[in-house]
Structure formats: C-alpha cells, structure tokens
Write a protein that binds this ligand. Sequence first.
Ligand code: BGC
Length: 918
Amino acid sequence: MKITTHIFLLVAMILFASFNKQETGIQLQNLRCEMLVNPEGIDVVKPRLSWEIISPQRNVQQTAYQILVASSPEKLANNEADLWNSGKVNSDESIHVKYAGTTLKSKKRVFWKVKIWTNKGESAWSDNAFWSIGLLNYVDWKGRWIGLDRSFEWDNETQFSRLSARYFRKEFQAKKTIKQATVYIVGLGMYELYLNGQKVGDQVLAPVPTDYTKGVKYNTFDVTKLLQKGNNAIGTVLGNGRFYTMRQDYKPYKIKTFGYPKMLLNLDVEYTDGTKETISTDDSWKVTADGPIRTNNEYDGEEYDATKEMPNWNKVGFSDSNWLKAQLVQEAGGMFEAQMTENMKVMETIKPVSIKNLKDNTYILDMGQNMAGWLRLRVKGKKGDKVTLRFAETLQSTGELFVRNLRDAKVTDVYTLKGDGQEIWEPSFVYHGFRYVEITGFPTFPTIDDFDGRVVYDDMATIGEFETSDKTINQIYKNAYWGIRSNYKGMPVDCPQRNERQPWLGDRTTGAYGESFIFDNVRLYSKWLNDIEQAQKPDGSIPDVAPAFWRYYGDNVTWPGTYITIADMLYHQFGDKETIKKHYPSMKKWIDYMQEKYLVDGLITKDKYGDWCVPPESLALIHAKDPALQTDGILLASATYVRLLDVMQQFARLLNKPEDAKAYSKVAEEIKKAFNQKFLNTQKGQYSNGTVTANLLPLVYEMIPANEKTKVWNNIVNKILVDNKGHISTGVIGTQWLMRGLSQNGRADIAYKIASNRYYPSWGYMAENGATTIWELWNGDKANPEMNSGNHVMLLGDLIIWYYENIAGIKSAKDAVAFKKIIMKPEMIDGLNAGKASYHSMYGTIKSDWKKDGNKFQWNICIPANTKSLVYLPTNSLEKVTEGGKKVAGIEGIKFVKTEGKQLIVEVSSGNYSFSVN
Ligand code: BGC
C-alpha cells in the first residue's frame, strides 16, 4: 500500500513536472558562443555563452540557469557534463556567461546546452550547440609556409600589377576510416580551398584582411564529409587581395606590398581507431601560376582565360608533372589568430533592370542599384572570344560609363571563352562598386538574363527593419542599407569603387552605432578594434586608417577617437564588456599620448580634417573654402577629446579604476574651462564663428555653462531654420550629433524637417537625384570627381540611430546594456503619422509599430523575455490608455510609473502588447 502510494505520488509528480514544462512553453534558441553563428576553431579559451528565451507568455524573467558542457554529444545527451556543469546558478544573466570549466586545449571540440528557470516555470534543456578550439599555440602548427616568391613572363609588376593566381595541389592517402577531419588554413592574400574537387565553405575573398605583419587570420572547417578512405586531393588557389598589391607604390606612405601570395595549411585527420594524422603544407606540394586566372587585383579587376583551365586539377589522379615544386617561403610575420568574424559571402543575387546597346558591340547594363560585388555571366561563343566588363556608378550624358571618380582603378574584368557550350563565370578575387557595367565583345546579342549581380559583403544577418509614413525617409533608409552592406569588406571601408577602399576610422565614429541596428556587426567591429590596436605605434599614436595600409599617423583626434567610441557602442548595444577590458590599456595609452603631445593651455591643438565635407559654397567644390562654413579645428579636437574623456571615465569606472576616472574628469574640466574662455562669445551666445557644429558639440557634450545654454541653443535653431532654411550645414563631425542633439532638446520637428528634406543639401536630395546609396558629398552630383564617391556612409552621421531610437522609439536604456532595459519612446512629430521597426537584440526581437490618426494613437510593441521596458505613451492620463481593448490597470506585465509632461510612462515586462490612446 505504502509503495503504491509512493509510486502514485512519483508518477503524479513526474506528470505534473512535464505538464508544467509544456505549459510554460519556454524555449531557448540562438545559442551563441562568443556571439558566433559558427564557432569553429576559435582561439578564446573561456568563451562567453548566450541564449535567447522565447515564450508565448507575458512577463517572463529568468531567475536561474544551468549550463552543461561535454566532450561528446553522447555524453551531453546523458547530461554527463565532463567539462563543465555550472550547477543551478541563481541569476538573470542570459548573455555573455563565461565558460568556467576544464581548461580547453587546442583542437578540442565541445558540446553544450542550457536550461533556465523563470518566474513562469522552467524550460526544458535547449538543443545542443558546440564550439571548437583552434590552434592556440605556434607549435600546434605543423608544416611550412609555401608559395612562389617570383613572378612569371605573363605577369607585370608595376603600379597596375598583373599577377596570376597560384594553384596548389597535394594528394594524400587516408589509410583508415575517418572519424573527424578539420582543416586550418592561412591563405594570403585570399584563398579558395577544395577537397576532392569540392569547394570548402561558401566564403569568398577570405580571409578577412589584416596588417599581415601584425596578425594573420586562419579559417577552420570541419571537412569530415569531404574526405574518404583512400586517396584524397587538396587544391587551393591563392589570389593577391591586400597582400600582394603593388598598386599603392606611387606614394611612399602607402604599403606597397606584403610579398607574394603564400599559405600554411594543416589538415587534421582522426581515424575511427583513435589514431591521428596531420597533412600539412611543405615542399612536396605542387604549384602552378599558369592557370585560368591570369591576373587579379582588387582595384583593377580579374582576367580569366577559360582556355587555360586545368580540368580536375583539384581531384585525385590529375597529372601535375609539369607543375612546379612549391617553394618554402618566409612566413607572413603576424601572429596567427583564429578569425572570429564572418568571411564575406555572396549575400544576394539581383537581376539587372535593363541593357542598352551603346555602339557596335558595346552594351550598358543597369543593375538598378549601386552595389558592391561582381557580375556573373552566362555566355556561349567561340574559343578565344573575349568579353570585357567595366564597372561604374554613374553614366555620362552620352550614356557611356562615368569613371573619372574611380581615379586610376581600372575595374575591368575579362573573360576569355573556351568555346564549350554555355559557360558560366564569375571572378574569385575582386569586387567592384557599381551600378552600371559596360560589356564589350559579347559573342551574341546579350540580354539581361545573361547576367546576375552578385552582392558581396560580410556574412552577417540583417537584424533590423524600419519604415515610416514618410516616403523620403524610407528611400534614404534603403539607400543607407545598400551603402552600409557595400562597405563591409572584412573591415569597414570608406567606399567600394575607386582606388581607395580604405578602413578610415572617422567614417564610422557614430555610424557603427547606427549600423548596429541594421546588421549584426558586433564581430566585425570587435575585429576592427583589434586592427586598430595592432596599428598603434609604440608611443601611443593611432592612425586614421586601420589596418594601416595607408600609413596616416597624423595625430588627429576625430578619426582615431573612433577606437573609443566603437568600444562604447559594442558595450551599449551588445553588452560586450570584454572588449573594453582588452583595449583599455591601448586606449588609455592613446589618450595619454595625445594629452602629453598636444594639450597646450587646456586645448588640444591638433586637427587634420575639420568638419569634413560640409556643404560647400559652390556646388563644384569638394571642400568649403569660405571660413564661415568651416569649424575651427582646435574646437573640434578639444570638444571631441572631452567627449572621449567622458567615455574613458565610464570605462574606468566599469573596470574599477577610480583613479583613472578621476584623472580623466580633471583634464576634462580643465579643457572645458579653457574651451569656454577661448571659443564662447557670451554676447552672441555662440562658439567660435557660430557654425551649427561649433555650437552643437559643446551642447551635446555638456560643456556649456548653465546660464549660456539657452542662448547657444537658440543660436543653433536660428542658424538651421533662418540662415540655412531648414537645411543641413554640418559635415562628418557635426552630423554625428545633429539629429539626436535636436531631439534631445525638444526639437525633433527640426530633425524631421532635415531628415525628410528633398532639396539640396540633404539626404533626400541625393535620393531625389538618382542615388541608391549615400554619397560622399552633399553635392555629389555636381562636385569635382577627384573625391566624389557615390557610395560612402560617413555622411549618415547619427541618422540611423535617430530612426530607430527616436522615430521607432527603440533604445537601450543608459543604466543597462544590450537592451536588457528598453526605452520605448517614439517622438510625436507633426506630419509623421507612422513609424515601424523591429530589431533583433541579444535578448530577442523588439518591435515597435505605431500609427496616429488625429487624436488616436495605436501602438503594437514586442518586448523580449528576460528584459523590461519603460514605455512612453503620448498622453498624461492613464484613463485614455487601453491595452488589447482593456483598461491597463491590473493587466499583467504593465505597471504605471509616472506622468512626465505630456507623456505617461509605464513599465512593461516581456510579451506582445497593443496600446491605444484615445
Ligand atoms: C576618404 C574618407 C576619409 C577621408 C579622410 C577620403 O579620401 O574616402 O572617407 O575619411 O578621406 O581624409
């Protein structure tokens, strides 16, 4: 009797427990290790783990978690956590939880899962996720670097270098059945890797570029499925990328070349009997440079001769007797680093919109969109026919390509046919920035169906969507989206088309923050901070371009300061504190260096670019010459430096360095005093010559003495509305704060006026005049082509931040990070009747979708589990608010906080809500 009761009780308990779990419906998804989608071969031994909680219920908050990490999926399935069992940890942390198990060694593959407890019950165990450790130590690498340190008769080593691709091959025998095979490759400048004729991975233009003398990235792939017992063949192709680039050799401070392409590869094979073998690069590999890729150069194009193809060169049995022996070469020099950011990929394929016959056999293809990537073609013809493709962003009035703004980049791809039925071709080692393509030599009458636009950028998810009732704003957003994706090239570059394509720091100071609403760019930017750190001189100086392919060590403030603002962005948007910790010493070193060298009488005396690219007085000019339009360089440098000191103070406090924080604050106060003495004209209520930028920076950086603030503010408003008739007058620096500065001070209406303007100068003017991306210059349609790209992102300033934070009203609160606490606060602006956005944060998707119609306001929002939000409703009376058609009092997940002016604030816990205000 007793036993049966016990059994009955036990069964009841089990039933109840599983019923309970089903009831909660709480699921865990998007398990991330180091925020990587594919954490294969990482070199972080204590990675951070994150998960997202999905629940149909409202008001779900995590109260505890448990993580299990095991050395095999089987062990994990049995809950046998031989590497780490965190135990039940009472905590609401669900992002960046640091692994704290057994020390992991090179090549270790581990499996993990997590479960959580919440105020609404517990979840089941998540699905398994995994990560693997790369080669942590230099000595883990076997074999030698191989290459060919020479050119060939068909190459031409001048400024417009022509160097053919190098093809390598090696056959080996796998004597037993393979259990697991992993390949590690450093292929410089760029590689393609094949196993038994099959391409490994879907990456292109890999690996991401670095200063190869400081660091080189290796890529890791699980290739178990591509190998077989018995004979196997490895094939690689090396292109030039940024490694071999004679292109810059006309200016001494530009890096000429890192040498000839080279590689190091380790293929680790583990057999089912537990034995292991490594196949690595050495001089038993064969190589040829006499293959189909006759030349490849990022700026000048790729030439491919299909008559030179070597069928089956990357498969077993190919006769390579006339290939050369690979040469053992010097290694690149940089530290070996696991690539912890995505490679580039073909992210989208688009169809051209038209093709026109220009003359004879010359056609102009229009993609309908300025883009970065390349053209894929399908062609039939005779052996030896040559199709030539040239790329440009715009056309001349004659209908021909306009290429003067590309400077001396030749941007020309050539395909020579083998005459073998339909041939499909796309290049391997170049990309172009273009909307139009000139096609000559096409053997038949070409139609748009013969071509595809291949959109290429870093393989990162689009995590944001945004739309409003304003058509101009929507078009600008679309242009920005295309511009930003065009310029992610393993580093954020300035432009994808002309002979430049450099990672200029100043172009991203706040841009990176705005971009983070649209793209999951956390890994790209943390990689870039490493590039910047590697580019720092021993004395502390930071260049304007990093990796410093162009060695611009000008000791400017506004461009290098991006090092600090991006670390701040990664923390604010993604909760990444580790990055701040890692870079703090180098950031501090730069701050100290600038202070010692350039702080004179309380002002920073060095500036290089001014408020770069303000709308000039004459439409043909690139830069304004009129001093009234320019802002004093010392003002820009000093104000920016104060802002950076403020961020550094926050970092110091975060890292528990109160002494540093105090020191930063002291210098900031000194500068503020000297700054006001020097630049503030109390009679006029303006700084310096009173440009919007000159007044705006001290306003947003809180440098203005309290009693002068109103005057300066009025001055800004006046300048915009009266002097500039509602137009923008700021350059790269001022535009970084313009939209937020106006909104924070209660004039979102002026920000909206600027944002929706379709007349010169404005973003809308660009769109109105045919732009499908964002121009480098406000007058990009009229200015001198010498410095005039049609696809630059720097003039976006803080516009995208404003779209998401102020129009959609989705913002991470200041007193938390990564949207753990969300401020939902759209601006109510006359004339703007709807705003809608979704943003996939680390915790999950946040949505805001509002509409207003007269006095009626309807707002649907979605708040992810394990976060809370403060929701600002446009009324001061709770009586006027309903949620899901009911009065809000007593509704689960909603708490009244207070009224503030014309707004009512409620705290809302996770879930979907539908508010109405009548
Ligand atoms: C680049 C810019 C860059 C600037 C700084 C230009 O040539 O394209 O984006 O920030 O130079 O001087």
